[in-house]
Design a protein around this ligand. Structure first.
Ligand SMILES: [Zn+2]
Length: 204
């Protein structure tokens, strides 16, 4: 799936090309009290930095969680204000929602890197072009954990992730209520596994 999409959309980032043992942890859809804070506690304990693609409206609702994320030197990316599906949204509306999210982020801090991830990975060509022309890097992924899928068990979520991870992987988790169960099981064991294999964790 992602190989096919990466062939269609080479202007977006699907992985970092490297032979070094490094991976990029990313978390979508927060900040959410409880879930995001659990992730932050774990990352702090493990001394790992990650990239959070935040929904603007969640930043508005939970500014204190967002501020903690910034204070702990994680990286932030734009994930639209209302988690819009690009394929179903007119260009003008999509652009406005993208900017609304950016304004919400910048109320707190101007991010060092300009990163955007389209919700559901679904974005129309002209939407992507506009965002790239604004100087943003559009970050897709090479490894989706499917932590949000209710029909996948925590063990299956871990297994598929361990099977697919490799140098340069951009790994997607979700700090959301829906993904909480699978994410809380998979993330610590993935980190343990990767550390034992000599991997490090980098910011995008
Ligand atoms: Zn999302």
């Amino acid at each position: 799936m992602s190989r096919f999409l990466s062939f269609l959309f080479p202007q977006y980032t699907w992985k970092r090309t490297t032979s070094e043992k490094v991976v990029y942890l990313t978390f979508d859809d927060g900040p959410i009290p409880g879930v995001t804070e659990w992730v932050l506690d774990l990352l702090k304990e493990q001394q790992i930095k990650a990239t959070f693609f935040c929904i603007g409206d969640n930043i508005r609702k939970h500014p204190h969680v967002f501020q903690r994320l910034l204070a702990e030197k994680h990286q932030v990316g734009n994930h639209t204000f209302n988690h819009l599906k690009g394929w179903k949204t007119p260009l003008k509306e999509y652009i406005a929602n993208f900017h609304q999210c950016q304004q919400e982020i910048e109320k707190h801090q101007k991010p060092l890197a300009q990163l955007f991830r389209p919700p559901y990975g679904k974005i129309k060509k002209e939407q992507g072009k506009y965002i790239v022309d604004q100087g943003y890097e559009v970050i897709m992924w090479s490894l989706i954990t499917k932590d949000y899928e209710a029909k996948i068990s925590p063990q299956a979520c871990l297994n598929r992730t361990l099977k697919r991870v490799k140098p340069g992987s951009i790994i997607v988790f979700h700090d959301s209520i829906k993904a909480e169960k699978n994410m809380k099981y998979t993330l610590p064991l993935l980190i343990k596994h990767l550390k034992e294999k000599g991997y490090s964790f980098a910011l995008l």
